[in-house]
Write a protein that binds this ligand. Sequence first.
Ligand code: PLP
Length: 492
Amino acid sequence: LHADEFRRQGRLVVDFIADYYDRIDEYPVRPAVLPGFLTRQLPETAPPQPEHDALAAALRDVRDLILPGLTHWQSPRHFAHFAATASNVGALGEALAAGLNINPFTWAASPAATELEVVVTDWFGKALHLPENLLFSGGGGGTLLGTSCEAMLCTIVAARDRKLAEIGEERIGDLVVYCSDQTHFSFQKAARIAGIRKVNCRAIPTSWESNFTLSPKALLAAVRADVAAGRVPLFLCATVGTTPTAAVDPVRELCAALSGAGHDDVWVHVDAAYAGAASVCPEFRDAIIEGVEAADSFSTNPHKWLMANMDCCALWVTRPHALTEALGTDHDVILKEDHHHQHGDGAAAVVDYKDWQVALSRRFRALKLWLVLRCHGVDGLRAFVRSHVRMAKAFEDMMRADARFEVPVPRQFALVCFRLRPPPALVLLRRNRKLLEAVNATGRAYMSCAVVGGVYVLRCAIGNSLTEDHHIQEAWRVVQEQATAVLAAAGR
Ligand code: PLP
């Protein structure tokens, strides 16, 4: 680390990124490359000696070899999956954290980093209108992890250990977790890592009638059947903004159904990975956090829709103690000594975030989220979310005006699911798949797909920082043109 050299190299990299954003709209969103294309172009071994002017040479390779092989997630024409939104301060916050390169696993390991995370998770929770019991100020508390999958894993482990302490460790095979068939697959993965048997993961079917939300009645029926069979209901993952269609599970009714039937010890986690962001807007707040005060934990990814560059998942729990009981480690003499030296025997309790997560080491994510909140303000975040919802509505309106298309499930937030209309189902499926391939092959828009209720739909998820109205209009033109071609090829 040489300060002057860092300044010189830093400028190269910042200019490179700025040039990239200047030109990003010109790149085909998805690259037209085949497997192995990059491997073939790079040497088989690392250079034994530093290359001459290595950073500049590497940046040229990034420009000439790497960029052509990237899917441009920050392209204003990227409408696939859910966005991974970026902002200047999100990127620079990452740079700042990387530059400081600290490892705040305990309070003592970097006091200001830990305290900033405590402050920022409360700030962010308040901006999302979360109930007080999830915030430090109300006895709960938040942490910043990398992904929703980690949030699910940590909370399942907390629930598991709490339950096993009550019923005995030998009964781990009886524990059952619940979700819907729309819940992100990472939930079942997390459950399996936590030692829940595969046969004890209940993915309860949803239907068109309920717009693919989890029915409290169906949940209760599943719970009752498990209890009758001697199994132990452990955990429910409700989703606010499912991955296929952004459906919102009725959290209030689900919690009420559980507690009404005497199962309020089931840990309820609310996965709001995508849609949680919209709770900054009062008009969406009720849809997202209604009933959350009865849940045990809530997570959302500000890297998805709130400009906090990858990666950042905020998790709040009502009982931090349950997390730290399960994930806490107190065996390391070095850490203990460090802790003791810094705040002695009788000091006030501090947060040691290593006890809230899987790993010991951790990144200084709070810095980035703090910058985003300070530099955009909550009003700025609201305007950001609203602009995408408005654009999604415009896309939906254009689509509804063309009789060849239908929007089979209601648009939620900034996600529009659509398909070509006419039956028969099998032909339709192939045509819609062809339509998606054709749209994406243009390079002028990139969308993804889902299958809901046996029906194949295209997904247009709007959420990138650079997306403007004209990109939406062009995306719609691309869809129309390609639909005309696909239907013509099919003889219609
Ligand atoms: N939950 C939902 C609703 C999602 O949409 C996603 C990903 O898109 C996830 C969880 C997984 O998120 P992560 O990649 O942060 O684990």
